[in-house]
Write a protein that binds this ligand. Structure first.
Ligand code: ANZ
Length: 806
């Protein structure tokens, strides 16, 4: 076989590197395009095929945009600090500095082997001191602006990992990594006041092109609720019971109140008679997670305090209970309960025999809570009003009587910004003997992570850094007074919250990113990565960007213009790729087998980029087969010399039509990131050209340009052999001539087992093989035949395709 990627690919990779072909001119007059990958955590397992999927997609766009005359910024780096890296080091018994270096080298080598067009001069790692100097600097700015603070928090403490975990890192009471039990524990923690930005984080979502599913996950996480705070007098006490409700209109139907078990009023108001039962209930609740408390058992347990609150709307006394379905860290930790119209309150009232009163018409509230709209009843001033009008009226009344006020609450909590672990950015503050905290002067950054021999968790909740006595012992800045350094480190998501800015100006030692350069390059035009970062990383980095924008240090307040999530690649058995199932595909093996261009092409041909799809060795071979056929358009398979069929002759009209339709399709599909259908158009082209005994050279050259973003090594090699001198990296992408686009395609119907499932455009003169390629690329047809055996494929020219499956 003449086409030999194992020779061609390394040759071009070396040449690109030697020529610095992907270097970005920071100061350029060309229009800019910033295409960014979510940088990987350099794991010990090396690159996986899921990385390759996203990185190929962004690489095609980067290469395409360069050919379209854009100056493209396409950088790569390493999300190298954090728990996984440290855990890997502990498991292998090697220092994280060493394992991280080794893993980065492996990753870089693998990425280079696939021919990704990164500007490697901009490589950054979050664990490099010149980088984390600025992570620390931004932290100090947050501190200066009162957006960082230290407080006692009930946190998710994982004894086995020896650290606090963020809520995202805890699944069903176990750590996401390793599945270790997680318990709640009060601890002093550094926090970032992200809640201050909640509203802007919501509003900004309206201005970015993210998948709707991601937007709604972010909206859920932020969890804005509009309602009111109201205060209820407590019979026989001076203290008031403050509640938060989204339904102040239902206050006339509030027949009891519930406090969270941790609520400070519980001790004060519980009667002597009820105390033992209340204490027992509180002890039990202490071990339950918020998730368990909000689950299906919510509203099914509780205990009476014996005390009464006065319903401000009706003036009636109503009992105060304690129940764990009310969470202490949301709202005020206390609620008024309206069993007629709230499901959990209804369950609770039924269980404990509390009264249910109807205040909104529309259901049978004795049987089930009715939470729909309807005219209010039994509600004094609200009678006859709809929900919305009644809410407004009630808020007005509460405010007038000074019994409450309009309130907006967010479900989002402040960001716990500390880990009791070694492998992270040191937090650049010190504490004096009185416990007062001082920031380090900016000039002292970076505060280097000290080299230690023992980096394992201490088990006590203290960071391993606490053992490094000579590092910990220091002085209050500008004085001789003794102080201790903060020994907690920043969480893994610190560096990734701003790394996209550093890529713009990676070597600057005066500032984290020159503002003029940031004005040129921000925002990121296209951001590609896995949906697992849908909330955490994306919200955190949007928050930091808004903060830097407010300081006038970043020109935009939304970092990413457009976000695309690549779908998960499953194993050949359609299960998640996992060592456990033995279905993991290693990109290195695939490259050895079929070459990097075939790997790229295959992963893009698997289906829409966002879709989840199983690996298929047969289709992988199909991709390689396509490249072989493309090669044979030019070269003799045995001798590898240019075929006589390739001639310097003007193309016929038919060939012009074929070429320009292919250009048109590949262009629009590449722009829309529909890479699979762009590839099928190239396949049709190759099939048609293969039939030609005379193949006009200029047409083949244009095809080569179309192929360049997808299979860049092969395209360069062919181009060179045809006499091209300059590389294709900045060659102009072909433009379709509209003259050849008219009237050469027809719409046909596609039937599956007698039912029309789709209509597709096919070349009017296309043969069955060409039409079949197009039909099979249709998602609707794929869905209709999925999992079935194809028994017939019939093409009635220009009219219809009939498919039979069983
Ligand atoms: C009375 C009421 C009547 C309520 C009704 C709902 C329906 P979201 O939308 O999630 O913000 N609530 C308030 N604080 C709570 C806490 N700490 N733990 C558990 N539940 C709490 O939910 C707001 C509603 O959830 C509030 O409105 C309150 O119940 C309850 F027909 O007040 B509502």
């Amino acid at each position: 076989m003449a086409y030999d990627p194992s020779k061609i690919e390394p040759k071009w990779q070396k040449r690109w590197e030697a020529e610095k072909a992907f270097r970005t001119e920071a100061k350029t007059d060309k229009p800019k395009y910033y295409v960014l990958d979510m940088f990987p955590y350099p794991s010990g397992a090396g690159l996986h095929v899921g990385h390759v999927e996203g990185y190929t997609a962004s690489d095609i766009v980067a290469r395409y945009k360069r050919m379209r005359g854009f100056e493209v910024l396409h950088p790569m780096g390493w999300d190298a600090f954090g728990l996984p890296a440290e855990q890997y080091a502990i498991d292998t018994g090697r220092h994280p500095e060493e394992t991280t270096r080794t893993n980065i080298n492996t990753f870089r080598g693998q990425l280079q082997r696939i021919g990704f067009s990164y500007d490697w001069e901009r490589e950054i790692g979050t664990c490099d001191p010149p980088f984390y100097k600025w992570t620390q600097w931004i932290f100090l700015k947050l501190l200066e602006h009162d957006l960082a603070y230290k407080t006692e928090m009930l946190v998710n403490w994982c004894p086995a990992l020896g650290t606090v975990l963020a809520n995202d890192e805890v699944i069903d009471g176990k750590s996401e990594r390793g599945g270790h039990p997680v318990v709640r524990k009060p601890m002093q923690q550094w926090m970032l006041r992200i809640t201050k930005y909640a509203d802007r984080l919501l509003e900004g979502l309206d201005r970015v092109e993210f998948p709707e599913s991601i937007k709604s996950m972010q909206r859920d996480r932020i969890g804005r609720s509009d309602g009111a705070d109201a205060s209820f007098a407590i019979h026989g006490h001076d203290s008031k019971l403050e509640i938060f409700t989204t339904r102040p209109d239902t206050m006339f139907g509030a027949t009891f109140c519930v406090l969270a078990p941790e609520h400070p009023l519980v001790d004060k108001i519980t009667t002597a008679e009820k105390r033992a039962a209340v204490d027992a209930y509180r002890a039990e609740a202490a071990s339950k997670s918020d998730v368990a408390r909000s689950g299906p058992e919510a509203g099914k347990s509780g205990v009476d305090t014996g005390a009464f609150a006065m319903n401000p709307a009706t003036g009636n006394p109503i009992p105060i209970w304690v129940a764990d379905y009310v969470l202490m860290n949301y709202g005020t930790g206390a609620i008024m309960c309206v069993p007629g119209h709230d499901e959990r309150d209804h369950a609770f009232a039924k269980k404990f025999g509390l009264p249910i009163v109807e205040v909104v018409k529309g259901g049978n509230v004795q049987q089930a809570a009715y939470d729909g709209d309807g005219p209010h009843v039994n509600s004094g001033i609200l009678d006859g009003l709809s929900n919305k009008a009644a809410i407004e009226k009630m808020i007005g009344w509460l405010e007038e009587k000074q019994l409450g006020k309009r309130q907006i609450r967010y479900r989002m909590r402040d960001w716990i910004f500390a880990r009791q672990r070694f492998w992270g950015e040191p937090i650049p503050v010190v504490t004096d003997e009185e416990g007062k905290t001082y920031p380090l002067p900016f000039e002292e950054l970076p505060l280097l992570l000290p080299h230690v021999e023992k980096y394992e968790p201490t088990g006590t909740g203290e960071s391993p850094l606490a053992r490094v006595t000579d590092w910990v012992t220091t002085k209050v800045p500008f004085t001789e007074r003794p102080a201790r350094r903060e020994t907690d480190t920043m969480p893994g998501s610190a560096g990734s919250s701003w790394y996209f800015l550093r890529f713009i100006d990676p070597k600057n030692d005066r500032t984290f990113c020159d503002l003029e350069l940031a004005k040129k390059w921000m925002p990121v035009d296209l951001y590609v990565g896995g949906a697992e970062h849908a909330v955490g990383h994306l919200i955190y980095s949007r928050f930091w960007t808004k903060f830097l924008f407010d300081l006038g240090l970043c020109p935009v307040d939304e970092p990413y213009k457009r976000l695309v999530n690549q779908g998960m690649i499953l194993g050949e058995d359609s299960r998640k790729m996992s060592k456990r199932y033995g279905n993991v595909v290693n990109p290195n093996d695939v490259i050895d087998q079929v070459g990097a261009d075939a790997l790229r092409l295959y992963e893009m041909f698997m289906g829409p980029i966002e879709a989840e799809k199983p690996w298929s060795t047969t289709s992988l071979e199909g991709a390689r087969h396509f490249l072989n056929r493309a090669w044979r358009l030019f070269f003799d398979d045995r001798t590898d010399v240019l075929l006589d069929a390739v001639q310097d002759v003007p193309p016929s009209d038919d060939i012009q039509k074929l070429l320009h339709r292919t250009i048109d399709k590949v262009t629009t599909d590449t722009e829309a990131m529909r890479f699979n259908t762009a590839i099928s158009a190239m396949m049709v082209f190759v099939n048609e050209m293969t039939k030609q005994t005379v193949r006009p050279k200029q047409v083949l050259q244009s095809f080569c340009l179309l192929l360049a973003p997808y299979a860049p090594h092969m395209a360069e090699e062919i181009h060179e052999r045809l006499g091209g001198t300059a590389s294709l990296i900045r060659a102009a992408f072909p433009v379709a001539d509209p003259k050849w686009l008219v009237d050469d395609s027809v719409e046909i119907a596609v039937q599956v087992n007698g039912k029309i499932k789709d209509r597709v455009m096919v070349p009017a003169e296309g043969d069955e093989a060409a039409v079949r390629t197009i039909v099979m690329a249709s998602d609707k047809i794929q869905a209709a035949i999925a999992g079935k055996e194809l028994v017939k494929f019939l093409y009635v020219k220009g009219r219809l395709v009939t498919i039979a499956v069983k």
